[in-house]
Ligand binder design. Structure first.
Ligand code: ADP
Ligand code: MG
Length: 255
């Protein structure tokens, strides 16, 4: 959405996500303040920051689960705003994994993964099943395909949620604290799958406080505070102490 008469130029073809001066309010409360951020093809960006700093709101604006009121957001070269057709195209390019896995409890694992491909593309059930099994294999859970979500551990359910997003063949994957609802012993299995995805070249924007993951996988670390992107630096700069005071204070609490 743009509140000016001129639309901002679309970013170059290598930029998959681009926020230009984006602000968002919930009534009177400004949750995002002039966000400028871009994610290039193949780039892995980790977003961290205190609770309430706007991380989820920002990531949800990418596929317009939240609307912004000012500035422009481009995803894969398209400006995102309230036009349903445009939005559907954007959502097809963007896979999202949430803190709570949001699987459909009454459907088998296989059905959970095939649902969107069957609805949104012209695949037959057999073709969708093949694709689903491929991605379930990739998240190392193919043997659970016929079970129901409640029969799986949290870590397994989150891996199904990742497979479900991948089955739509997105160009970008968004993760919003994908491991923070998990018991500690299940965190690694989910992070390992995400690391493999990154190694395969997936473009990723990941909200997480798992700094070991950031260290291993991120190209860039973004630190948010009070609705602002306070820092955006390369992983090496970030971990070499090139971060500012607020980021430093935050990190010293979680590390
Ligand atoms: P984070 O993910 O960094 O913890 P959020 O993006 O969830 O932060 O929230 C940022 C701020 O916006 C918080 O102050 C939160 O209370 C507020 N907020 C988030 N969602 C809503 C909403 N639906 N209505 C009103 N305020 C909201
Ligand atoms: Mg959040």
């Amino acid at each position: 959405m743009s509140n000016t008469s001129t639309t901002s130029p679309s970013p170059d073809a290598n930029t998959l996500i681009d926020f230009a001066d984006v602000s968002k309010w919930f009534d009177d409360f400004q949750a995002l303040k002039n966000i400028n951020l871009s994610v290039k093809q193949g780039e892995r960006v980790v977003v961290c920051g205190p609770s309430g700093s706007g991380k989820s709101t920002m990531i949800r604006c990418v596929n317009q689960l939240e609307n912004h009121q000012q500035g422009t957001i481009h995803v894969c070269g398209r400006e995102v705003y309230g036009n349903m057709k445009q939005l559907e195209q954007v959502r097809r390019e963007v896979g999202m994994v949430f803190q709570s896995f949001n699987l459909f409890p009454h459907m088998s694992i296989l059905q959970n993964v095939t649902l969107a491909p069957i609805r949104n593309t012209k695949l037959s059930r057999a073709e969708a099943n093949d694709i689903a099994r491929h991605y379930l294999e990739r998240v190392k859970i193919a043997d659970q395909a016929d079970k129901f979500p409640s029969q799986l551990s949290g870590g397994q359910q989150q891996r199904v949620a990742i497979a479900r997003a991948l089955a739509m063949k997105p160009r970008v994957m968004l993760f919003d604290e994908p491991t923070s609802a998990l018991d500690p012993e299940m965190i690694t299995e989910v992070l390992d799958v995400m690391t493999e995805l990154a190694e395969d070249g997936m473009t990723m924007m990941v909200v997480t406080h798992e700094m070991g993951f950031a260290r291993e996988v991120a190209d860039r670390v973004v630190f948010m505070d009070e609705g602002r992107v306070e820092e955006s630096c390369t992983k090496d700069e970030f971990f070499a102490g090139g971060r500012g005071e607020r980021a430093q204070a935050f990190l010293s609490k979680i590390l």
